[in-house]
Design a protein around this ligand. Structure first.
Ligand SMILES: [Zn+2]
Length: 220
């Protein structure tokens, strides 16, 4: 009986989707820059990520290679001029290919205020709507998101769009000029569509990922 029950649980676990490991350079210098960033912005003396949230992004580029090139180059970012260079753990291409660039136990700079706690998933595209309308990309994105949620026990409330970052209870930023900094990718209305699809897929595995995030005042 026990063996049968365990087999049933295993069958219900969301499978790991196919992932192409395409690491960006993340040697000792970039790791040290990441630790310095975490100390400066979060008061954390480490570059180790313990994932508690997932932030969805849109690259605002039309190709995987240009996004990959931006993340691979460890240079100060064009917007905020700090090191390490920006990055994301995953990039999902238009054809649905999932590339992983960074190990999941390493912090990576994709969302001001949340890099200490969040896995970053980029989608190649120019807008939320374009990604939502791309069946192959969405299939991969939902499979990856649900697999990560199950693996790290991340509730739906902590699956957010970049534009929702300031309202996250996990948001933390010690550097005052950046406290209200966010980006326009994945607004709440689009994330609500995305999250409804996450819930539908999670239910097929018998998972109940909880309610969506509350619409909190950010003070910004
Ligand atoms: Zn973003």
């Amino acid at each position: 009986m026990l063996a049968v029950a365990l087999a049933a649980v295993a069958l219900l676990a969301p499978p790991r989707p196919p992932i192409v490991w395409k690491p960006i350079p993340f040697g000792p210098a970039r790791l040290a820059e990441t630790t310095a960033y975490a100390r400066r912005h979060y008061g954390i003396d480490s570059n180790v990520l313990h994932p508690r949230a997932i932030v969805e992004h849109v690259t605002a580029t039309s190709s995987f290679s240009s996004a990959y090139g931006t993340f691979a180059a460890d240079v100060p970012d064009a917007e905020l001029h700090q090191l390490p260079g920006t990055c994301a753990h995953f990039i999902i291409d238009r054809d649905g290919t999932i590339y992983q660039l960074v190990r999941l136990n390493v912090m990576c700079r994709h969302t001001v205020g949340l890099n200490w706690a969040a896995i970053g998933i980029e989608h190649v595209g120019l807008s939320d709507a374009q990604v939502l309308g791309d069946a192959a990309q969405m299939r991969s994105s939902l499979a990856l998101t649900v697999w990560l949620m199950a693996r790290y026990r991340i509730p739906l409330a902590d699956v957010i769009g970049h534009n929702e970052s300031l309202a996250s209870p996990l948001h933390k930023e010690l550097y005052a000029p950046w406290r209200c900094q966010t980006h326009a990718d994945w607004r709440r209305a689009d994330m609500n569509v995305f999250r409804a699809k996450v819930v539908a897929l999670a239910r097929t595995y018998g998972l109940r990922p909880g309610p969506p995030p509350l619409a909190r005042a950010t003070g910004c």
